[in-house]
Design a protein around this ligand. Structure first.
Ligand SMILES: Nc1ncnc2c1ncn2[C@@H]1O[C@H](COP(=O)(O)OP(=O)(O)OP(=O)(O)O)[C@@H](O)[C@H]1O
Ligand SMILES: [Mg+2]
Length: 255
């Protein structure tokens, strides 16, 4: 059972305050959807959870299984089982996808006190993950900084997710710019990992379509740096039908 709790989080970038007292939590075996208008702070929240160095937490806390990780560095968060999106270490030229995946996997094993994965075992695991996520075989030998398309990057993210089997994953607009096949692939990847390992997922999206495929238990709506509403999937339909005007009105009325 994993539990990510965010309490009264205030985050700023430079002198701009973006998150203004945000509470949210995600636990094992659930998909929690986060929606909200452009600029409300969703990506900032995702980045703050991962410990982005450009953001400052000025108040509040981030707890993982009760442990305060508000000041933990990104590596430590990853070791605890928080999923970080595929990173492109542009500073390391000549690293292929395969090599990178193996480095990441071995780093995780080392953190758990396990030995490096054998080449044979690694090939098997990667092959299975690539089949599941419909990542073409030839991607394996391509270089990390080699100009993948938006949709290809998202597939690679999900490939990494299935290999890493994190305890909590934060997926920021994983559906944006995906064609229908890729969207199904992403959803299948998330569902498979979630079912196999009890992963909890915070999924940030603007549209219903991916939420039909991964079916969130809870939906939270963010507005101007706070969560202003929490409910079930009926909220998604309301938003799709009515937009965000009524949320704005409700927030204004209660101010
Ligand atoms: N490093 C930064 N410096 C200054 N302002 C920033 C920084 N990062 C984000 N912001 C601002 O904070 C606000 C929230 O941005 P954020 O990217 O978190 O929104 P979002 O909810 O993810 O929006 P979208 O739906 O468009 O992805 C925006 O007004 C953005 O311009
Ligand atoms: Mg965003």
């Amino acid at each position: 059972m994993a539990h990510l709790q965010i309490k009264n989080l205030h985050v700023s970038a430079g002198d701009k305050q973006i998150l203004k007292g945000l509470d949210i939590d995600v636990h094992s075996d659930e998909v929690h959807a986060l929606m909200g208008p452009n600029g409300s702070g969703k990506s900032t929240l995702a980045n703050a959870i991962m410990g982005h160095p450009g953001l400052e937490v000025t108040e509040g806390e981030i707890l993982f299984d009760g442990q305060d990780i508000t000041e933990a560095d990104p590596d430590e968060r990853a070791r605890l089982g928080l999923f970080m999106a595929f990173q492109y270490p542009i500073a390391i030229p000549g690293v292929t996808i395969t090599k990178y995946l193996r480095m990441v996997m071995n780093a995780h094993r080392e953190a758990r006190g396990e030995e490096d994965i054998s080449l044979k075992e690694f090939r098997k695991v990667v092959q299975a993950a690539m089949d599941l996520t419909n990542v073409p075989r030839e991607f394996a030998s391509r270089y990390l900084n080699e100009g993948f398309s938006g949709g290809e990057k998202k597939r690679l993210e999900i490939l990494q997710l299935t290999l890493q089997q994190p305890r909590i994953a934060v997926l920021d607009e994983t559906d944006s710019g995906l064609d229908i096949d890729a969207l199904n692939t992403v959803a299948e990847g998330v569902n498979t990992v979630a079912k196999g390992s009890g992963m909890g997922t915070l999924i940030i999206t603007h549209y219903q379509r991916i939420l039909h495929l991964v079916q969130p238990e809870r939906v939270s709506i963010m507005f101007e740096g706070r969560i202003v509403k929490e409910g079930g999937t009926e909220l998604v339909e309301q938003l799709e039908a009515k937009g965000y005007g009524w949320i704005r009105d409700e927030v204004a009325a209660s101010a």
